[in-house]
Design a protein around this ligand. Structure first.
Ligand code: SF4
Length: 481
């Protein structure tokens, strides 16, 4: 059955109702609301976990807030990647939970230097997009030689140069085990993959080394779910990941998208347990199935990755490390996994742009992520040394924040105090957004600072500065003119 969000009252009835505050909330009802919004785990309420008299309520609560797709956790020494854990088929019904994890491959035929070079590129990939850093998540180590020692060597080289979680790829259980032995206990990798030919050995390996296990049956969904059922109920491996295959070419792409959709639809809309696992996509298959040069292969890999991210892939393996191929993917992931109920916001605070001094301008903006990134970008591009005061407008754009009283003179007065602006600059002039012009008088009264109304559009800041931020004007304002 599709997930139906429980009401806060349903959850409140199961909580201890003592309002003890140990969960960090003022009372049990506030905590129930957090549970409904998936903003806190049940375990954040210590009494319900620790007191045996709440055992039944605890179990019922867990059931009510559990995702319909199992959440699988992969670990490296310094970071954790969670995949799956989804509740809904369509994002607007709630939100998607765990962003698709992106792995880049290395293989055991590469020299040590080649591996290190690729690993460093993966670790170093980052792109700032509306106030967030977009990065890659894992390294997939592929055995192409079939040689245990070569694979173990490749795994060692990776772990000496990266702390990202891993996918160990080989259909030979002995090769996978050689790789597992090269890992410290801090790692919890995904091993790829169990098939109809090796499922028992791979299942036992996953059990012995407590790893997650990918199950692969390209082009055959019946076998895929049957393997998942056997591995779960007969071998006892619960952290499975399903790979239905990734095909390109005539009919291949459409089959692939349908297969991913069908598995997720059955898990969420029909409660079919054997497909209720994270889905793995391998757009890297473009590199062997597409004719043409490297650019064509990377282009198809990227196209397939974007499509499958949209159609429920929870983790994917890619080969291309080119920015032009990865950027669309990480930006699309950011947008897809943004909570549609919450405006995208950056942290409020004082940003220092360039090397401002005591006569540098002080700009004001709100913390809606898009506004912030455009305004700060325009100031940076114009090479203006400045302070930028980012007010907490609850993620609302300035145009709506002014009438909605999210951007107020009082908030600005508080910001000036909190960030010590009286000490940092001596001119006491604020440049407010053109769309907040109506607040000028209130701001001057509340802060004691003078206000310059900036342009309506931040791209006009350079021209505005040339005309307005001039010694005579500043002197005039400083003298109270
Ligand atoms: S810790 Fe539990 S019992 Fe205490 S207020 Fe929070 S929800 Fe209620």
């Amino acid at each position: 059955m599709p997930w139906r969000a429980p009401s806060p009252i349903d959850l409140y009835d199961l909580l201890p109702k003592t309002n003890c505050g140990k969960c960090g909330e003022a009372n049990c009802m506030a905590f129930a609301v957090k549970l409904v919004n998936l903003e806190a785990p049940v375990e954040q309420c210590p009494p319900i976990v620790e007191d045996p008299k709440y055992k039944q309520s605890y179990e019922k609560l867990k059931e009510l807030v559990s995702p319909l797709v199992k959440e699988v956790v992969l670990r490296g020494p310094k970071c954790v990647v969670k995949i799956g854990g989804e509740y809904v088929l369509r994002r607007h019904e709630l939100r998607y939970v765990n962003p698709t994890a992106i792995a880049i491959d290395v293989d055991d035929s590469m020299s040590g230097d080649e591996i290190i070079n690729r690993v460093k590129k993966v670790e170093g990939f980052s792109y700032e997009y509306i106030g967030r850093m977009l990065t890659l998540d894992l390294i997939a180590i592929r055995s192409v030689t079939g040689d245990r020692e070569a694979f173990a060597r490749a795994v060692k080289t990776v772990v000496e140069n990266s702390s990202l979680p891993l996918i160990l790829c080989s259909l030979n259980p002995k090769v996978v085990e050689a790789g597992l032995k090269a890992l410290s206990p801090e790692y919890r990798p995904l091993i790829y993959a169990a098939t109809k030919d090796n499922w028992r050995e791979m299942g036992e390996l996953a059990g012995t080394y407590e790893t997650a296990l990918a199950v692969s049956s390209p082009g055959d969904l019946d076998t895929l779910v049957s393997l998942a059922r056997t591995l779960s109920s007969n071998v006892g491996v619960s952290d499975l990941v399903l790979d239905p295959g990734c095909f390109i070419g005539r009919g291949g792409l459409s089959y692939t998208i349908k297969a991913f959709t069908q598995l997720r639809y059955k898990a969420i809309e029909q409660g079919f347990k054997d497909s209720a696992y994270p889905l793995l996509a391998a757009p890297i298959s473009a590199w062997t199935s597409i004719e043409g040069n490297e650019k064509a292969k990377a282009w198809w890999e990227s196209v397939m990755a974007v499509m499958l991210m949209t159609r429920y892939a929870d983790i994917m393996i890619l080969h291309s490390i080119d920015g032009w191929a990865l950027l669309p993917l990480v930006i699309w992931r950011f947008n897809l996994y943004t909570d549609p109920r919450i405006p995208v916001a950056v942290d409020p605070g004082l940003r220092v742009i360039g090397q401002p001094d005591e006569m540098s301008p002080v700009f004001v903006t709100g913390n809606y992520a898009l506004t912030y990134s455009i305004v700060s970008g325009d100031i940076e591009k114009a090479r203006i040394n400045a302070y930028l005061v980012v007010i907490d407008t609850e993620g609302v754009a300035v145009e709506a924040a002014v009438p909605g009283r999210k951007l107020t003179a009082e908030k600005l007065a508080e910001a000036i105090r909190a960030y010590g602006l009286d000490v940092k600059v001596k001119h006491k002039i604020l440049i407010i957004p053109g769309r907040a012009a109506r607040l000028s008088g209130e701001i001057e009264d509340a802060t004691g600072w003078r206000v310059m109304v900036g342009p309506m559009d931040s791209r006009d800041i350079p021209g505005f500065m040339q005309k307005q931020w001039i010694p005579e004007k500043i002197r005039e304002l400083m003298s109270g003119g």
